[in-house]
Design a protein around this ligand. Structure first.
Ligand code: MRU
Length: 357
């Protein structure tokens, strides 16, 4: 049974405590969120991030709102609107808010506070259980891979889809953790993931768990795949359209293309809450555009080990665009690792029907 080394979020009386991911991997700091607006700010500024955790944070945000604000229908609508506007791509956000709405709307206002905390706790626990199941099914895939020349099994990932991004052991990293627990020799290629460098979060959690890993610049992925140095690519997802097209952190699509060219399997690991039947295909997925500052600046440590923000682009007249996600066509996906098993694109329909029952 996997236990998060530090809970990604937890209830503290009438408020919420989160592990502030904007300060990682340099400083481990928990942050108290006492008001609806605090939770919305934490999601928008990526203090909590990763699609499943965004959904969990939104659910807890509803409980904070019922606690600290008015719990009548106007208060409910306000909280749903504020949280729903924080980040557009991860469908887990809308999924969790719909579920909180369905739970709270029929309940009289005086009973909504207790009901909201109970539902948020249930969503968090279910997400943790889904991560564990994803780990079990992904482990089956990893066991079947045969690394070349007796070396470690090499998995490439992108962004951070580990425990930091969920309520449990992660999605893309869950099979890796499960494999290591079983004694498989696994090594993870971790791409930096410019501009927000979530790969550093992945390196941090893998290092803490004693999992072998190698940090690479994003642009090194193609060569490593082409040379046969990678046995499988596993990434998470922010929204999977009904046809299997998948939005995930920008840079995922390039890895999928390179993996296909090199004949390396490319897997998406995600729970049911990331599948969006209302969105027919990738073109209809809203892609979050974030501030140009994220491209111009980089965070790190100076020579004395103090956290610093550096400006990378001194050119005054340079413009930057910053799409936070890209969309990988379903045709490039070898399989979806879900809590119910591994499905090819053609089998997705059956999986989704099962989820709906
Ligand atoms: O912008 P972020 O850091 O929230 O993006 C995270 C990702 O793209 C993850 O790969 C995805 O949410 C899956 S997390 C289990």
């Amino acid at each position: 049974m996997f236990t998060q080394p530090i809970p990604t979020l937890r209830r503290d009386g009438g408020g919420l405590v989160i592990l502030d991911q904007t300060l990682l991997p340099w400083r481990v700091v928990e942050r108290q969120l006492a008001r609806l607006d605090d939770v919305a700010e934490a999601i928008f500024s990526m203090r909590v991030r990763g699609a499943p955790l965004i959904g969990c944070a939104a659910a807890f945000g509803m409980a904070v709102a019922m606690e600290a604000g008015t719990a009548d229908d106007a208060g409910l609508d306000h909280a749903l609107a504020v949280l729903g506007a924080t980040r557009p791509t991860a469908v887990n956000l809308a999924w969790a808010l719909n579920r909180m709405d369905a739970c709270l709307r029929p309940v009289p206002p005086h009973a909504r506070r207790t009901a909201a905390w109970a539902e948020a706790v249930a969503i968090f626990a279910e997400d943790a259980a889904m991560c564990t199941a994803i780990g079990v099914h992904g482990l089956g895939l990893l066991r079947a891979l045969r690394p070349r020349g007796g070396r470690a099994l090499r998995v490439m990932t992108h962004c951070n889809a580990g425990w930091l991004a969920t309520a449990g052991m992660g999605t893309a990293l869950a099979p890796v953790y499960a494999a290591c627990a079983e004694g498989l020799d696994v090594e993870v290629f971790v791409s930096e993931t410019r501009p927000r460098n979530q790969g550093l979060l992945t390196a941090w959690e893998l290092a803490a768990a004693g999992v072998k890993h190698v940090l690479i610049a994003d642009n090194a992925a193609g060569l490593l795949l082409m040379r046969g140095e990678v046995d499988a690519v596993i990434v998470g997802a922010d929204r999977i359209a009904a046809n299997g097209d998948t939005a995930n952190k920008v840079g995922t699509y390039l890895k999928a293309l390179a993996a296909r060219a090199a004949n390396v399997p490319f897997y998406i690991a995600a729970p049911a809450s990331t599948f969006d039947l209302e969105t027919a295909c990738g073109e209809a997925i809203p892609v979050e555009e974030r501030a140009a500052e994220e491209v111009f600046f980089v965070d790190g440590l100076d020579g004395e080990g103090c956290p610093r923000r550096l400006k990378l682009a001194p050119v005054v007249d340079t413009r930057a665009v910053n799409p936070a996600f890209d969309v990988t066509p379903a045709a490039l996906v070898s399989g979806f690792i879900t809590e119910r098993g591994v499905f090819g694109v053609k089998e997705l329909d059956g999986f989704l029907r099962g989820v709906r029952v």
